[in-house]
Design a protein around this ligand. Structure first.
Ligand SMILES: C[S@@+](CC[C@H](N)C(=O)[O-])C[C@H]1O[C@@H](n2cnc3c(N)ncnc32)[C@H](O)[C@@H]1O
Length: 258
């Protein structure tokens, strides 16, 4: 992947659709991240946090408003500008760096937490990207990983086609190029539709000491609907129910401890 200094079609569309940050809408998501992470580490103003792929900047903005130290690494110059502007609208300065995770020189053994939410599907060489995250975490540091799940029935990436994630890569790429134009391949395409098992193998291969999937990190007390609560309960107790839940869930999700 490369940094594209001109605005690509997908970035322009992203800014139109998600450009302004309504904090009250994002607040439950932020609280969920923080609640999940704080079960494995104490989060204080001294905790060094990095978010990879900041979009409109809501995560670093929330951190800044809470007095937490979070830096953003983002590949799109337009989105960096947007995130900084959004921060100022909410009265905070956020720290952003322009770079591609695949080759950005992140400091070794430096961060306590790396957030990677809805980004790895867009990172062409995702294995190098995850290795970079591993290297930049301190021993005991946490990676929060959330991305596509191939066999989900719906897809956040492309809502127009049912079972979109099930399509072979070449079909998905051809479809997206046709609908959104060739430059979707510069930024915005979901290069990858992951599965929990393939991710788990890679995280373990890299050396994470604990690899916890979405069932293992789910806290029943905060699962919102009755149906979901029952699924989580069953999946925590019965192996087959867990495999099914992980296969068809709307996203892959892990917390990994270095
Ligand atoms: C779908 S947005 C997610 C934004 C935010 N994390 C969220 O959860 O709302 C993906 C972001 O990752 C950025 N991105 C994609 N590939 C990247 C890479 N290789 N290095 C750094 N940022 C990247 C995109 O420009 C975009 O801002």
């Amino acid at each position: 992947m490369k940094i594209h200094y001109e605005a690509t079609t997908d970035v322009t569309k992203y800014i139109d659709n998600h450009g302004s940050v309504a904090l009250e809408e994002r607040s439950p998501q932020f609280e969920n991240f923080m609640r999940a992470l704080s079960r494995y580490a104490e989060i204080t103003p001294q905790t060094k946090i990095l978010e990879i792929g900041t979009g409109a900047g809501w995560f670093p903005i929330f951190c800044a408003l809470r007095g937490l130290s979070c830096k953003g690494l983002e590949i799109s110059p337009q989105l960096i500008e947007l995130a900084i502007e959004n921060g100022r609208k909410h009265g905070v300065e956020i720290e952003m760096e322009l770079g591609n995770l695949e080759d950005y020189p992140l400091p070794r053994n430096f961060y306590d937490i790396v957030m990677a939410s809805s980004v790895f599907e867009h990172v062409e060489d995702w294995r190098t990207g995850v290795a970079k995250v591993y290297e930049t975490l301190k021993p005991g540091g946490l990676m929060y990983f959330e991305s596509t799940n191939k066999f989900s029935f719906t897809s956040g990436e492309y809502t127009g086609v049912p079972l979109y994630g099930w399509l072979p890569n070449s079909w998905r790429y051809a479809l997206r190029k046709r609908v959104e134009g060739e430059d979707i391949m510069k930024l915005g395409i979901d290069f990858h539709q992951f599965t929990h098992s393939c991710l788990r193998k890679e995280f373990q291969r890299l050396g994470f000491s604990k690899v916890l999937d979405r069932v293992e990190i789910a806290d029943e007390a905060y699962v919102t609907t009755g149906l979901r609560r029952n699924v989580v309960r069953l999946a925590k107790q019965i192996g087959l129910a867990k495999s099914l839940a992980l296969t068809f869930a709307e996203a892959t999700r892990f917390i990994c401890i270095k």
